[in-house]
Design a protein around this ligand. Structure first.
Ligand SMILES: [Zn+2]
Length: 98
């Protein structure tokens, strides 16, 4: 969350700014973000996320990418690391390590 705050109620209190950016102008919204959220009410701050099991499943199945990571990549890596730990155990049993 951004540290820059926006003054509301005439400088009486501060709130983090809405991080939403305009599609057309590329300018940040700058309204006060909702409590615990990074965006204002207009930009989805009031959203509570998927509620039904169907909706939650749909979100879970959606393509989730964070940087170079995907769920599939993480799953494959975990699988290979499990395999490696298993092989390590076998090698220890065979006395290949001290
Ligand atoms: Zn906004």
């Amino acid at each position: 969350m951004a540290t820059d705050k926006v003054h509301i109620f005439g400088q009486q209190c501060q709130a983090p700014r809405c991080q939403a950016k305009s599609k057309r102008s590329g300018i940040q919204c700058r309204r006060a973000a909702m409590r615990g959220m990074r965006v204002c009410r207009t930009h989805g701050g009031a959203s509570t996320g998927p509620k039904t099991t169907e909706g939650r499943a749909r979100c879970g199945a959606a393509k989730n990418v964070h940087g170079r990571e995907t769920r599939e990549k993480r799953r494959k890596r975990a699988e290979k690391l499990r395999e490696l730990r298993g092989l390590e155990g076998v090698m220890k049993l065979l006395g290949m390590f001290e």
